[in-house]
Design a binder for this molecule. Structure first.
Ligand SMILES: [Zn+2]
Length: 277
């Protein structure tokens, strides 16, 4: 999401919003202000907060976009006039020194979770619920001194605790820190806490570096081969070669290395064992 924000910033900063075309029924989560209130205003920058894209305007409202799992952003130069396919959400049209362009927000599949907000000055909207960013001192304090008794995987995915980490990065961070997906923050010693903090920051920095160098458009925020362990059960652990396992947990599948992370123990799949009983 950070790399996407950087690309949009390069493409849109200094450009004027000239109009917007709603393409789907759902998607816009605010009524006031209207997207019309941003029309005619100049983009001052595109940034990221948690998993949200934030488009700032000179003397106008902010536009906030959440892509969810299946949302995509296409940059069109020149703008197209299609409906954006089945999953079209909105097309924002811009005019700048290098001509007209548009940002198409669309969504694969049928979930309809991609959303956008128009926020007046001072209104944080969905951003108000977000915890600190992973590169902040507040997050470092939480990891190094916190007594949270939730599992670390749960804690890392909770956007109100720390913003911007999804299950893929949570899997990879736990693997890199050599911690069990079932470990709790409260149970960690000092060394483990530092390993966890370093691992979270390292996987996010690596992910960003990969996204920045990736060729191609803006449209695929997620990379198939992006993660080292996430989504790779059965493949050899990059560190030790042990086949990695997956365990179902809170409707998620967590991939882990039993040798590096759980002292060669295979974690019980709670969902499955409940069914078997
Ligand atoms: Zn391993």
């Amino acid at each position: 999401m950070q790399a996407l924000a950087e690309r949009l910033d390069a493409a849109l900063r200094g450009h004027v919003l000239t109009g917007w075309q709603p393409l789907g029924f759902a998607g816009l989560k605010t009524v006031v202000p209207s997207p019309d209130d941003a029309v005619g205003h100049t983009v001052t920058g595109v940034g990221r907060r948690g998993k949200y894209l934030v488009i700032g305007f000179d003397d106008g409202p902010r536009l906030v976009v959440h892509l969810s799992q299946a949302g995509r952003v296409d940059l069109e130069a020149p703008p197209k006039t299609t409906r954006g396919g089945k999953g079209g959400v909105v097309r924002l049209r811009f005019d700048g020194p290098d001509g007209e362009s548009a940002v198409l927000l669309r969504e694969h599949g049928t979930e309809r979770k991609a959303a956008w907000w128009v926020l007046a000055d001072g209104d944080e909207g969905p951003l108000a619920r977000l915890g600190p960013e992973s590169d902040s001192d507040a997050f470092a304090q939480l990891v190094l001194t916190g007594t949270d008794r939730r599992r670390i995987h749960t804690l890392l995915r909770d956007q109100a605790t720390v913003a911007g980490i999804g299950r893929g990065y949570a899997d990879d961070a736990l693997w890199r820190a050599r911690l069990s997906p079932y470990a709790t923050l409260a149970s960690l010693d000092d060394d483990e806490r530092h390993r966890l903090l370093d691992a979270v920051r390292a996987v996010l920095a690596d992910g960003l570096a990969k996204e920045r160098t990736r060729a191609g458009g803006l449209s695929e925020p997620k990379l198939g081969g992006h993660f080292e362990v996430h989504g790779r059960p059965g493949q050899p652990c990059p560190t030790c070669g042990t086949p990695m396992r997956r365990v179902s947990y809170e409707a998620y599948e967590v991939t882990y290395c039993p040798h590096c992370q759980t002292d060669d123990k295979v974690l019980a799949d709670r969902r499955l064992s409940r069914l078997v009983k």
